[in-house]
Design a protein around this ligand. Structure first.
Ligand SMILES: *Cc1c(COP(=O)(O)O)cnc(C)c1O
Length: 419
């Protein structure tokens, strides 16, 4: 990595030093934030490529600038690969990130004030699924569904009832903090029954879907959005996949609706990432993410840590600190995540379903296995990490324990060097 930024090193030592410190951090900590990943150096190179120099407003073959013959090649390649990878009829690879991708879909298919159904933010939904502080909640009339209080999982019958009563124009599925499988077929069926569009936002699980480790919402769901930088392990960006009939609406909503010139260097990096995701190794990686999360979840539970829904089917684990005996209080997420970080284990504080505390002092910790899996760690490492985590959560004020664990974490990281 240091070797692939030789020019920054020579020409701007201030920036070089900062990037280098971040590299050391990414190498020497156990990154367990479930929405993050370490992309390949091939993806990094494409994103750092000369395509950043080109304006290409419009779409392949229909650009507003001259000089786009190679831009068209790279964008067409990214589109072709995205369609093949996800079995989609149409792909738009221009969205700059997940939030604008969702915005483009809403602008394409809804009018301001229209009714939309999405998951309650505090139970695992995303800001763009109707939060009042987000454009989505301000522009559209979101009615939310939540989880079943007992099982802490989606209750499709309850969701169908809300849909029948509310008759929304769109039903959004896909989440940021849900550790279980999503029944996309049933979501689509419910949407059809009430005359709504089905939309799946698979930002978190796209890599699992592409690798065959989670059921896909395609080809049947009307519109699917995804970020490309989470489990999919590409550049920081997003794409929209949809049925042919909606292609025109979606495309004109992305450009000129909400974006100007597409980031063709990032589109090149997306093409590289999709190419990587088509390889057999990617299937192995996706399945290993889930295996790793399962072993980690079991180890945590065996050591007295309560998990939301008592386990996981995907890459993500949500710790319920209120019902973890050794913590047993609400609002402890940040304090516990800080203690873990001090030991080199990076997670994030998160609300848990029906959290009695506030989003600023949540009662849970969200974590996942994508980065650790990318680094090559397997079941034995998960067991070890689960034991370290449980010990720290039980003794989160024990500075000596934290210091000792940090050294052990460093030892493990040095065995799984990335970049
Ligand atoms: C991460 C995420 C997004 C937003 O992506 P950004 O690139 O951060 O804008 C949207 N929806 C879901 C479900 C996500 O997890």
């Amino acid at each position: 990595m240091v070797n692939i930024i030789p020019n920054i090193r020579r020409k701007d030592s201030e920036v070089f030093e900062i990037i280098n410190r971040e590299l050391v951090r990414q190498r020497n900590e156990l990154n367990m934030i479930p929405s993050e990943n370490y992309c390949s150096t091939a993806v990094l190179e494409a994103q750092g490529s000369i395509f950043t120099n080109k304006y290409a407003e419009g779409y392949p073959g229909k650009r507003y600038y001259q000089g786009n013959r190679h831009v068209d090649e790279i964008e067409n390649l990214a589109i072709k690969r995205a369609k093949k990878l996800f079995r989609a009829e149409h792909a738009n690879v221009q969205p700059n990130s997940g939030s604008p991708a969702n915005m483009a879909v809403y602008f394409a298919l809804l009018e301001p004030g229209d009714k939309v159904m999405g998951m309650e933010l505090s139970q695992g939904g995303h800001l763009t699924h109707g939060s009042p502080v987000n454009f989505s909640g301000r522009m559209y009339n979101f009615v939310s569904y939540g989880l079943d209080k007992k099982t802490e999982t989606l209750d499709m019958d309850a969701i169908r009832k809300i849909a029948q009563k509310e008759k929304p124009k769109m039903i959004v599925s896909g989440y940021t903090a849900y550790p279980r499988k999503i029944n996309f077929r049933e979501f689509h069926k419910i949407a059809r029954e009430v005359g709504a569009y089905s939309m799946a936002d698979i930002a978190h699980i796209a890599g699992l879907v592409a690798g065959g480790a989670h059921p896909s919402p395609l080809p049947f769901t009307d519109v699917v959005t995804t970020t490309t930088h989470k489990t999919l392990r590409g550049p920081r960006s997003a794409i929209i996949l949809c049925r042919k009939e909606l292609a025109k609406k979606i495309d004109s909503s992305v450009f000129p609706g909400i974006q100007g010139g597409p980031h063709e260097h990032t589109i090149a990096a997306k093409a590289v990432a999709f190419g990587e995701a088509m390889k057999p190794e990617f299937k192995v990686y996706a399945k290993q993410i889930v295996k790793n999360a399962k072993v980690l979840a079991e180890t945590l539970m065996d050591n007295g840590i309560k998990l939301v829904s008592n386990g996981t089917d995907n890459h993500l684990i949500l710790i319920d600190l209120i019902n973890t005996k050794s913590v047993g209080k609400e609002g402890m997420g940040k304090e516990c995540a800080d203690a873990l970080e001090e030991a080199g284990i990076v997670t994030n504080a998160n609300t848990i379903p029906f959290d009695p505390s506030t989003p600023f002092r949540p009662s849970g910790i969200r974590l996942g296995t994508p980065v650790l899996t990318t680094r090559g760690m397997k079941e034995p490492e998960m067991k070890q990490i689960g034991e370290w985590m449980a010990k720290i959560l039980k003794n989160h004020k024990d500075k000596a324990l934290i210091k000792k664990t940090k050294e052990e974490v460093l030892g493990l990281c040095r065995r799984f060097v990335f970049y």
